[in-house]
Design a protein around this ligand. Structure first.
Ligand code: NAD
Length: 425
């Protein structure tokens, strides 16, 4: 993943963990969650902060801040990505770790939640500097990471390349090959087929499931997708393959609209030859980026930044269905507008859980030492995602609440069982 999203989101990060807790409280009250479990989940299990001295190319040492937060291990080892961005801080990592606990529980994966990060600007660093920083981070996390303990993955600013360095460093410390200690690896060293497109695939499966419940056929609806990176581009491609007409796309360089439908294959070919950005694309009319989210469509997929849907934006959105490809695109104060306007929101912890689901499959394949075909991965993914959607939808009906709160309830029902069955001191 690239770092485009990092800086634009920085201004809203101050209270991210509080925002998670606010939604947890609403769900906890509705489902009558035990106070003990609620208290446990308000306090991440482990918070590690490290200083990482790294020799830069200019011969001088720079010291970087590194974090890893393990939020919960109630239903299995903790799982969560590592983010490289300048706005990485304790609060953000705590919030993202908690989201991972809920995301894994919603997707019915045997994992708790964690997240890690390094405060750095990867785009301003050489490959050598990034490798030394990544290896220093991996070394400092020797006692945190583990195949059956805490399993990291890529997040913003990191990719399979960093995962390979971490695996190599970890293997050297342990003296054996342990590919299951990390997911999102390149295929040649134990990665899973289907992982690259998995988050977009999850967005597509969730969209299809929601449209079905709304009594709409994919061929009758239009969609707008914000973000044309990993999640956005695969979402747009897979939705269009289902017959959805994609009328709007955009990234940090430009946004486009075409009511007749955009040829997504042409857009993908264009970005592949254009430094992975949309600026200059000729298949649609360029529009102001601020207008993309509120442009005319039936389905909106925010798949770029967090906190882009404010109360004001929510009140202008024309879509009847919002499927959150990005983490945290909707500000908590905008939730009630969607509710009042009867706009269905498939929340991030459900909508983008396809990525961690296939990460789980990667871990299972690593442990078995036996690798599946892409079709097998996709079939298993789709089954899991459809079940997760149905569970959340049913809870939304049963508790007469939004899909977002229902997703928290679904997760908390599972985590509560884990906490209670394992017991306390
Ligand atoms: P990416 O870096 O591959 O793509 C991000 C896209 O957002 C790029 O196209 C970029 O140009 C665009 N963007 C940045 N700023 C923008 C702006 N101001 N306006 C419009 N577009 C803008 O990242 P990604 O992996 O696609 O992740 C996107 C979101 O999805 C993040 O919130 C991430 O945490 C979340 N997510 C990703 C995965 C995954 O497997 N990649 C899994 C779960 C959640």
């Amino acid at each position: 993943m690239s770092t485009h999203t990092a800086n634009a989101a920085a201004t809203h990060n101050e209270s991210m963990f509080e925002a998670v807790l606010a939604r947890l409280d609403i769900a906890a009250k509705l489902m009558n969650l035990s106070d003990d479990v609620s208290l446990i989940l308000r306090n991440p299990l482990k918070q590690v902060k490290v200083s990482l001295p790294v020799m830069m190319d200019n011969g001088k040492i720079q010291v970087f801040e590194g974090y890893r937060v393990v939020h919960s291990v109630a239903i299995g080892p903790s799982k969560g990505g590592i983010r490289y961005a300048m706005d990485v801080n304790q609060d953000e990592v705590m919030a993202l770790a908690a989201w991972m606990s809920f995301k894994c529980a919603v997707a019915n994966l045997p994992y708790g939640g964690a997240k890690g990060g390094i405060k750095c600007d990867p785009r301003a660093m050489s490959v050598g500097e990034l490798e030394r920083l990544t290896r220093a981070y991996a070394k400092s996390m020797k006692d945190v990471f583990g195949v059956n303990k805490d399993i990291p993955a890529p997040d913003m600013g990191t990719s399979g390349r960093e995962m390979a360095w971490i695996l190599d460093e970890y293997n050297k410390m342990m003296g054996e090959d342990l590919p299951g200690v990390i997911t999102g690896k390149p295929i040649a060293i134990g990665g899973s087929l289907g992982r690259d497109a998995a988050t977009g695939r999850g967005v597509m499966v969730n969209t299809m499931a929601a449209l079905k419940r709304m009594g709409k056929k994919p061929g009758e609806v239009t969609a707008v997708v914000q973000g044309f990176g990993n999640v956005g581009s695969h979402s747009a491609r897979l939705l269009s393959e289902q017959g959805v007409k994609i009328v709007g796309i955009g990234d940090h360089t430009a946004s486009f609209y075409n009511e007749k439908g955009i040829d997504i294959k042409a857009a993908l070919d264009f970005v592949a030859k254009n430094n992975r950005v949309l600026k200059g694309f000729k298949g649609a009319t360029e529009i102001a980026s601020d207008d993309l989210l509120t442009s005319k469509c039936d389905v909106l997929v925010p798949a770029a930044l967090q906190n882009v849907i404010t109360e004001d934006v929510a009140s202008k959105i024309q879509a009847k269905l919002v499927v959150e490809g990005a983490n945290g695109p909707t500000m908590p104060e905008a939730d009630h507008i969607f509710k009042e306007r009867n706009i269905i929101v498939v929340p991030d912890i459900l909508a983008n859980s396809g990525g961690v689901t296939v990460s789980y499959f990667e871990w299972v394949q690593n442990k078995a030492g036996y690798y599946w075909s892409e079709d097998e991965v996709n079939t298993k993914h789709d089954e899991k995602m459809e079940l997760a959607f149905a569970n959340v939808w049913n809870n939304a009906e049963q508790f007469k609440t939004t899909m977002r709160i229902a997703a928290y309830i679904t997760a908390l029902q599972k985590i509560e069982q884990g906490v209670k069955l394992k017991g306390h001191y």
